[in-house]
Unconditional design. Structure first.
Length: 672
């Protein structure tokens, strides 16, 4: 079963990196040159040379932005100086809130979002291009914080309907390109790789105009390469990686090299050149640690895990995963956490640590939400369509403004047509209302009829369940009575007969081998053992005295034989379950194990029972010959009895069977 679960791991490799890359690309709120250190030095020189207070405040805010994720204390000092120089200016007060939000960005999401909204409230009163630029930036960063809370749908909505429109109003083509990159990253997260490539190319068309001036060009090249890797277009990915390296080669210490080495390592992992991948990854880790790039460091460690797994050094692969998991606690992305847990389970399985693998899988199952991608893809497509529609509407408005003179000449005729059309529409609406009213009455009548039929059906099902419940209770009571009578009555009588015969045999003073009487005594011993076995099957004494776990363990040991070994594993079983429900669970396992031993021709049968609060999960798995599930369920009284008992416990049952491979039966019941 573990093997089947791990098939899906490779599909998630790109998700892990994309979530991180998207956040890294979004963390800062302004464009960055390739050489960031010289950029900061140039700002300091400008600050010393500038005389005007407002100009100095602008430079101080840029310095605060630069230091916001390097040294928060220094960043706050620059903001305080800028506020003092701005002297209660409303516009600069808004900027102070904006840059303060950047300081809280990595440490206090709620506070950061609050500061962004304070800035938004103040900037609404300004219609300058610079104000629109700041609004584009604050909404973009607000959306990134939503993404950190795993609200990716809202993040995309903000990008398409807030950040991009405001950056276009500001005529800030560079910022528009960055927003295109982030929208592409969301599509990568959703594994819509063709759509991601489209948006990355839109960004590249803008960024190439600026040459190698900004590091975002290199970042866009590497992310485009990643998109091509996701579609197995390795030659194209290599071309874009080489382009990124050309941009970055002017500054070997650029933090964007961390992203480049991540994707480069991913490329070599995909083409199975794992030694080359490790070299690239180690270079990237040095830069990521030096620049405190938590997201990129976690992503590089995950690629290191893939590389070491490829060369079968599983211990090193696990160490890389554990390090990535520690970093992910700072990032707090659920999708990344799920992928790490699943990968740890696979690695422990490869190391032979099945107990550890099971524990990782258990943690994974708690976080897992298998419907997330399916449920959100349609919503994301809808938002993207809405964005495209708004673009088309703007184009239409532009054309309409050019044709105003022609429209004015047709106004008179349009007014007459409007009167006629209005009359027709009103008449049509009246007819439509009458028709809808009639259909509504029909629909309500039909719904009432269906509700009545459903209620009758539910009552019938409830009555059948009550009858079956009473029958089961009666059966168990009768089993208990018969077991008691056999054990105490007939069992005691047979034991007395055996003692009497043994006394007679001893009084003859003959050897046991010489007397036929001893053969009769031995047969009587076997009869007593068989009687006890029957009594135990009718109502196991172990269950009544020691509880469900001891009874199931005893059952599995007794049903094992030389041909088939039955192994029992229990996790968290409670004896506080009602005796009636314990008996039901015992009968379910008894029936399934008996079927496996009798009919499966299996060498091994595994019985697992795990309880979490009121829910118990039962798995019976064998490596036998399997069977046709559809035919067997329609004919087998044993499986029908199991299904009825599962329904009694308000549970569900799933059967998987393959010829010559084996059978797995998973059951989940409520034991409250």
């Amino acid at each position: 079963m573990l093997k089947a679960i791990f098939i899906s791991i490779k599909k998630g490799v790109y998700i892990f990196f994309t979530l991180i890359a998207c956040l890294f690309a979004s963390r800062s709120s302004s464009q960055h040159p390739v050489d960031e250190k010289s950029f900061a030095d140039s700002l300091q020189k400008l600050l010393l040379a500038e005389k005007a207070d407002t100009a100095k405040a602008d430079i101080l805010f840029q310095l605060a932005d630069y230091w916001s994720y390097r040294d928060t204390a220094k960043a706050m000092q620059y903001i305080d100086k800028a506020v003092q120089l701005s002297r209660n200016n409303k516009y600069y007060t808004a900027l102070a809130h904006f840059y303060a939000a950047g300081i809280y960005f990595d440490y206090n999401i709620s506070k950061s979002q609050q500061e962004y909204m304070l800035a938004e409230a103040l900037l609404k009163d300004f219609s300058t291009e610079k104000a629109f630029q700041y609004r584009a930036r604050l909404w973009h960063n607000y959306g990134v914080l939503e993404q950190k809370k795993d609200n990716e749908k809202y993040y995309l909505d903000i990008l398409l309907n807030k950040a991009i429109p405001f950056s276009q109003k500001a005529k800030d083509t560079l910022r528009t390109a960055l927003n295109f990159m982030d929208a592409a990253a969301v599509f990568m997260n959703k594994q819509q790789h063709d759509k991601a490539i489209e948006y990355y190319n839109n960004a590249l068309n803008i960024l190439r105009r600026y040459g190698n001036k900004y590091g975002e060009l290199a970042d866009c090249y590497t992310n485009t390469a990643k998109a091509y890797l996701a579609t197995a277009q390795y030659d194209k990915a290599r071309i874009y990686l080489d382009s990124a390296y050309t941009v970055l080669s002017s500054n070997n210490q650029s933090p964007y090299f961390a992203t480049y080495y991540t994707i480069s390592g991913m490329y070599y992992n995909n083409v199975k050149k794992y030694d080359s991948a490790i070299i690239q990854i180690d270079k990237g880790l040095l830069i990521a640690k030096e620049n405190k790039l938590t997201y990129e460091e976690a992503s590089l460690l995950f690629q290191r895990y893939i590389a070491y797994t490829g060369i079968k050094q599983y211990a090193k692969a696990k160490q890389a995963l554990l390090q990535a998991d520690e970093l992910n606690k700072q990032i707090q992305l659920t999708g990344n956490r799920r992928l790490i847990l699943l990968s740890l389970a696979k690695t422990d399985s490869l190391l032979g640590n099945l107990h550890g693998a099971y524990n990782w899988l258990l943690q994974y199952s708690i976080l897992s939400d298998s419907f997330f991608i399916t449920n959100t893809n349609a919503q994301i497509a809808e938002l993207e369509t809405k964005y495209q529609s708004e673009k088309k509407e703007k184009q239409i408005l532009t054309l309409e403004s050019k044709g105003k003179q022609q429209i004015a000449a047709l106004e008179h005729n349009r007014f007459i047509n409007y009167i006629l059309l209005s009359s027709i529409v009103i008449l049509f609406l009246l007819l439509l209302l009458l028709y809808l009213s009639y259909k509504n009455k029909q629909r309500n009548a039909k719904l009432k009829e269906e509700a009545s039929l459903q209620k009758i059906k539910q009552m019938e099902q409830l009555q059948q369940l009550q009858v079956y419940n009473a029958m089961l209770k009666g059966q168990e009571a009768e089993r208990k009575r018969l077991a008691q009578d056999l054990h105490d009555g007939l069992g005691g009588m047979l034991a007395g007969v055996k003692i009497g015969l043994s006394n007679i045999a001893e009084n003859t003073h003959q050897k046991p081998s010489d007397m036929e009487l001893y053969k009769v005594i031995n047969q009587l011993d076997h009869s007593v053992d068989e009687l006890r076995r029957i009594a135990r099957n009718l109502m196991p004494e172990t269950l009544l005295r020691f509880g469900i776990e001891a009874a199931l363990k005893d059952l599995c040991e007794n049903i094992s034989n030389n041909k088939t070994k039955v192994v029992f594993q229990a996790y968290g079983l409670s004896n506080e379950i009602s005796q009636q429900n314990q008996i039901m669970i015992y009968r379910i396992v008894q029936e399934l194990t008996a079927n496996a031993v009798k009919y499966a021709d299996a060498e091994k049968v595994l019985v697992q029972c795990m309880q979490q609060e009121n829910i118990m999960q039962i798995t019976v798995e064998d490596n036998g010959k399997g069977f046709d599930v559809a035919k067997k369920k329609s004919k087998s009284m044993g499986l029908l009895n199991v299904e009825n008992r599962v329904n009694y416990l308000k549970g569900k049952m799933e059967i998987q069977s393959d010829n010559n491979i084996g059978t797995t039966i998973n059951i989940e019941v409520d034991v409250q």
